[in-house]
Design a protein around this ligand. Structure first.
Ligand code: ZN
Length: 144
């Protein structure tokens, strides 16, 4: 836990609560359509593919690849000042959906499209755990 976390926090509502509850347990869960198997993110009422409303929360692998990325050199929020430049990436999960997220444990110059990544969980407050991604460990890498 980080005392006095200063960054903007996600807004939790009834629709996305299962996602954040899972993150708190250090699990990545997405809605999956029980009709056609499509995973959707962000959460919604219906499947964008077949329009079924039979969506259920299922745990996913947490693995994916960098689909695209950008580096912020400018500080848009004062709480990020100590971290600039920092990368914001779109990760394409193995299950299909893309998530905009932070890449950690990776130098900006080492980021590339297609880089294999895996989810890690950052407990930023008592209530909120943020899923982030880091390069997939290929050999024995130091744990955190
Ligand atoms: Zn569907």
């Amino acid at each position: 836990m980080t005392e006095g976390y200063q960054k903007p926090l996600p807004h939790i509502d009834e629709m996305n609560r299962p996602y954040w509850d899972a993150a708190k347990r250090h699990e990545l869960m997405l809605q999956r359509c029980q009709e056609c198997g499509h995973y959707r993110y962000p959460p919604g009422e219906t499947c964008p593919r077949c329009l079924s409303d039979r969506l259920q929360w299922e745990k996913v692998s947490g693995r994916g690849t960098v689909h695209t990325w950008t580096v912020f050199h400018q500080v848009y929020h004062p709480s990020f000042a100590s971290e600039a430049p920092y990368a914001v990436v779109a990760v394409e999960l193995e299950e299909g959906p893309r998530m905009v997220t932070n890449l950690v444990d990776c130098k900006v110059e080492d980021i590339e499209i297609g880089l294999p990544v895996e989810v890690v969980f950052d407990d930023v407050t008592e209530e909120i755990t943020l899923p982030k991604f880091r390069p997939t460990a290929t050999e024995d890498s130091p744990s955190h």
